[in-house]
Design a protein around this ligand. Structure first.
Ligand code: SAM
Length: 284
């Protein structure tokens, strides 16, 4: 008998054959499931939505993390909001100039599941620079002033406890929590299937921060495979250039060329964002 898992969030399915259910529980926040699959390897699923898989997680985590960290001239203190699987922590930990990494994850059971079943993703949670805070990222950021050089919003879809991670109030808190020159990156869903959300988050960032840009990566296990990210800066103008002393990193997806190419957007997306640019500059 074959067992298949289907992520049906967007009115169509991403299905994959399951070899084993390694873990299943209902935490205080969500249903947590770790599956072993034929094609994607081990997979973390929260409330029936694929979060990360061994096969393609690097395409997401490397682009969420290295784009801001390779632009910021001196990233010392980094906060990750969500991201309990540890993939973003692993990528931040590759930067020797980062002295402190704060993982602000609301659900300690996700961290436990990742440590137990996803060792290749969670392997840097042991790094001495990492502090894990079991807190709501929205409340955390609301109290911070000029604390972080880079904030990475590694959020799930905007449902449940994550809804506020896609709000203007949260983005304003993040901007206040950044030190001068600070940058924020965030995953903002699919340009095809959540285009209104991508545009709304760009508009939100243009209002809450001094400047912002959208970039993309390919994440095969997410709906449509083509995925959008937001980069926002406390100061104007937002530079997309790699810092001069950027060292070669051990990566599988990010390269200086991919970094630059990620900001080249297809016309349908570029035109949608230009409407926001005109609105924000008062020419709409
Ligand atoms: N890469 C993933 C994606 O795009 O679907 C996100 C992965 S990560 C597992 C998302 C984490 O955010 C979850 O573990 C969830 O518990 C956490 N989370 C949700 N809302 C949160 C909040 N308000 N504060 C902190 N963490 C939150």
């Amino acid at each position: 008998m074959q067992v298949w898992f289907s992520d049906q969030t967007d009115g169509f399915c991403i299905s994959c054959r399951v070899k084993a259910v390694l873990h299943h529980e209902r935490s205080s926040y969500q249903e947590i499931c770790v599956l072993d699959t034929d094609v994607f390897g081990r997979m973390l699923v929260l409330d029936d939505v694929i979060q990360t898989t061994e096969r393609d997680e690097f395409t997401y985590h490397e682009m969420l993390v290295h784009v801001p960290l390779m632009i910021h001239p001196a990233p010392r203190r980094v906060a990750i909001i969500g991201g309990g699987d540890g993939g973003s922590v692993r990528e931040v930990a590759k930067h020797p100039e980062v002295g402190e990494i704060f993982l602000v994850e609301i659900d300690a059971r996700v961290v436990w599941a990742a440590r137990t079943f996803l060792p290749t993703i969670s392997c840097a949670l042991q790094d001495g620079r990492v502090k894990i805070l079991e807190e709501d990222g929205i409340a955390h950021m609301a109290t911070k002033r000029e604390e972080y050089d880079v904030i990475i919003v590694d959020a799930p879809d905007p449902v449940g406890a994550a809804v506020g991670l896609f709000s203007e109030e949260f983005y304003r808190s993040c901007c206040r929590a950044l030190r001068p020159g600070g940058l924020m990156s965030a995953q903002v869903e699919s340009p095809h299937f959540h285009r209104e959300l991508v545009v709304r988050m760009y508009r939100t960032a243009r209002r809450a921060f001094a400047d912002a840009a959208i970039y993309t990566s390919c994440v095969p296990s997410y709906p449509g495979g083509y995925w959008a990210f937001l980069l926002a800066s406390r100061n104007e103008p937002l530079s997309l250039d790699l810092r001069g002393d950027a060292k070669e990193l051990e990566t599988r997806y990010w390269t200086p060329e991919v970094h630059r190419a990620a900001f080249a957007l297809p016309r349908f997306l570029q035109e949608a964002l230009e409407v926001v640019d005109r609105e924000v500059s008062g020419r709409g």
